[in-house]
Design a protein around this ligand. Structure first.
Ligand SMILES: [Zn+2]
Ligand SMILES: [Zn+2]
Length: 220
């Protein structure tokens, strides 16, 4: 589903999958390939929007939980894209993958990163996304913010009317609070979480952050 001039949204296909976001640009970017069980379904959905798998030049992840990065290798193979990662994910790469692989009982969860971002920015052509470190759900969580089209891909940091879990290895409620607070100051039209519904419209996004501050964090 097309959301903005450059952004496409593909909702999660089932258990252990996640919402996928594709920035269509000179170097199209796929954020969170999700579960490899659903790779062919995801590729079919992308094709239905007139985007060829080989148009995808870059693949990246909001964090390294298997429901977000399990299909990195499959999508890289299908597209020939490079896997790009934020430096905060470098230290956690191998550790996080093997920890979460055994936590979820998934063997052989692994992929090679082709390039680490140098300045926290990811350029796809016309658009440049700011890659914001947002620990709390996972130590290596990052969010992707596009000032031009005012969308924020949050991974599992913030959802519609909820926050991400902080009880997985590497999670921290204190960090999560700070991250959500930082994100709430951005000018956002589309809040794009890793699971369930998206939130669209600046006023709805503002109310969502207010709801979380008032009813979610306050009740913990
Ligand atoms: Zn997660
Ligand atoms: Zn997730």
């Amino acid at each position: 589903m097309k959301l903005t001039e450059h952004l496409y949204f593909y909702p999660e296909n089932g258990m252990m999958d996640c919402n996928h976001y594709l920035v269509k640009d000179a170097e199209s970017l796929l954020i969170d390939p999700g579960s490899s069980q659903f790779s062919s379904e995801l590729i079919a959905q992308i094709k239905r929007d007139g985007i060829k798998p080989e148009d995808i030049k870059l693949i990246t992840n909001t964090h390294l939980h298997p429901d977000h990065c399990w299909a990195n290798s499959a999508l890289k193979q299908a597209s020939g894209a490079k896997i790009i990662s934020h430096p905060v994910q470098e230290n956690h790469h191998k550790g996080a993958l093997s920890r979460m692989g055994s936590y979820f009982g998934i063997p052989g969860l692994g992929f090679e990163v082709d390039e680490y971002l140098k300045d926290g920015k990811l350029t796809t052509g016309k658009l440049t996304l700011e890659v914001i470190a947002a620990p709390g759900h996972a130590r290596e969580s990052v969010c992707f913010y596009c000032p031009e089209e005012k969308f924020l891909v949050t991974g599992d940091v913030v959802f519609s009317q909820n926050i991400g879990r902080y009880d997985f290895p590497g999670g921290s409620l204190e960090d999560l609070k700070k991250s959500v607070e930082t994100l709430s100051r951005l000018d956002i039209e589309y809040l794009l979480p890793g699971h369930m519904d998206i939130v669209s419209g600046a006023e709805n996004v503002r109310q969502n952050f207010e709801f979380i501050a008032r009813y979610v964090f306050n009740s913990l």
